[in-house]
Design a protein around this ligand. Structure first.
Ligand code: NAD
Length: 457
């Protein structure tokens, strides 16, 4: 084996990333460790702990050959030459910066584990998304070891998106590697470049200084989320003016300076990263005395919250100003299609708001029901979690479609109409369905940023 790579954190990033590295680099031994015993057992089983198209095949090819999942963090640290740290970096919920700053306790804990157990020099790679200049703090912590060991910190943020993680990892738009501008820093960068060169074209591997690399990840997520909020804000204006957001998005996207991606109106962005990374950026701007910049980015999050509230308000208004006691079928709970992940899913807030209005919810999702149950655990109200979409809609007054799962397009809406209370409402929070066809069947259809199609006027 060429070198041993350790990844600390076997989550949505650590697991798939290391599986692809092991698959593409058979000359490296890759060990993935986590404190979560259940998660590691899942990675070693037939049913992996996360759902990602293509992940099973990649793991099966490499696991037991040069890919290993373990809870032996100490053993992994001793053995590794290169350590990726991919632990969670949630928004801080306490103390200074609560609600905005990144909570770095898991990161710092891993740094201290590395110092305590390392017996040789190592490259420590920030895979987690971190505030700009975290590497400086890490350098200081790691350099404080009394064993005279040298740890070089490199930033290699992950740009994969859940739902397309394997495709993104196998064919990345770019791989970003940032290091110190010293000979040791450059050497460490080259060591990391060597890994990716196994399958990524050299022109797609970008090396930068540490701070640019750290900030680029926050900036990329902020820019993506900003596009979603921009188009969602315009969807509200479309509904007031009879402009159609699909047409507006298509027209904007045809401008090569703008491009067509991430211009879909919906109930808002979710996922574990966008909100936390923007809030982190906001915090950094405030910290560095840039209140105007902070306010600009904070607006992106505010529009996202506004869009969810607007969606619920519209449901209430259209359903004769009360949804109390009415059964509402919620189709989709994951924050996007092709994942079971529900972290920061707009569905969480929307369901809570519907429950506050005393609606009775029947939630269906092809992958995310277990997570949905955890997210809504302890929330007051009537909630059913339903495996069969046709059972979810039985007796419902309305459907709220919240995730763009393709399978929702393929449902038999004639049958669904017959199973529902009348008048039957569909609120398509992802503009996924054939609205004219639904209207023909008899539904009152409320897309986002488009004219409502109602039989009630
Ligand atoms: N999820 C995404 O789509 C995505 C994409 C790009 C970047 N990121 C970033 O990557 C990082 C990880 O995200 P994730 O979605 O994989 O998180 P996750 O919560 O799914 O996984 C993190 C894992 O780290 C483990 N962990 C925490 N502290 C540990 C410790 N001291 N020792 C060993 N294991 C420990 C946890 O048990 C958990 O399994 C975050 O910083 C996130 O912002 C996430």
């Amino acid at each position: 084996m060429n070198k041993t790579i350790l990844c600390i954190g076997a989550g949505y990033v650590g697991g798939p990333t290391m599986a692809v590295i092991a698959d593409r680099c058979p000359d490296y031994k890759v060990i993935v460790v986590d404190v979560n015993v259940k998660r590691i057992a899942g990675w070693n089983s037939e049913k992996l702990p996360i759902f990602e198209p293509g992940l099973d095949e990649v793991v099966k090819r490499a696991r037991g050959r040069n890919l290993f999942f373990s809870t032996d963090i100490v053993g992994g640290i001793k053995e590794a030459d290169i350590i990726f740290v991919s632990v969670n970096t949630p928004t801080k919920t306490f103390g200074a910066g609560a609600g905005k700053a990144a909570d770095l306790q898991y990161w710092e804990k891993t740094a201290r584990d590395i110092i305590e157990h390392a017996e040789s020099d190592k490259i420590v790679i920030e895979k987690s998304t971190l505030p700009v200049r975290t590497a400086a703090a890490m350098h200081r912590i790691l350099a404080s070891n009394s064993k005279k060991l040298h740890f070089e910190v490199v930033s290699n943020p992950e740009f994969m998106a859940e739902g397309t993680a394997i495709e993104d990892l196998q064919n990345p738009d770019r791989v970003l590697i940032g290091g110190m501008e010293t000979p040791e820093g450059q050497k460490a960068i080259n060591t990391v470049v060597d890994i990716y060169r196994h399958w990524v074209a050299p022109e797609k591997i970008k090396t930068t200084n540490l701070w640019s690399s750290e900030l680029s990840k926050l900036a990329a997520n902020a820019m993506l989320a900003q596009r979603v909020s921009s188009v969602n804000s315009l969807s509200a204006l479309c509904e007031q003016t009879d402009a159609n957001i699909l047409e507006v998005s298509a027209a904007m996207g045809m401008d090569s300076r703008i491009g067509g991606k991430f211009l879909k109106a919906g109930v808002g962005f979710g996922g574990s990263c966008f909100k936390k990374d923007i809030l982190n950026l906001v915090y950094l701007c405030e910290y560095y005395g840039l209140p105007e910049v902070a306010a600009y980015w904070e607006g992106v999050v505010k529009i996202n919250d506004y869009q969810q509230r607007r969606f619920v308000n519209n449901m209430i208004r259209r359903m004769f100003n009360t949804i109390s006691g009415k059964r509402i079928a919620v189709l989709g709970f994951a924050f996007k299609a092709d994942t079971g992940d529900t972290r920061e899913s707009p569905a969480i807030n929307i369901c809570k708001m519907l429950l506050e209005e005393r609606a009775c919810l029947a939630i269906h999702d092809p992958q995310a029901l277990d997570n949905a149950k955890m997210d809504l655990d302890g929330v007051d109200g009537v909630i059913e979690y339903v495996d069969d979409p046709y059972e979810a809609v039985r007796g419902a007054h309305a459907i709220a479609l919240l995730t763009d799962w393709k399978c929702f397009k393929e449902l038999d809406y004639q049958k669904i109409y017959e199973l529902m209370e009348k008048p039957a409402f569909i609120f398509d929070g992802r503009n996924l369905l054939d609205h004219a066809g639904l209207y023909e069947i008899g539904f009152n259809v409320y897309p986002l940023g488009q004219k409502a199609m109602s039989h009630l006027n």
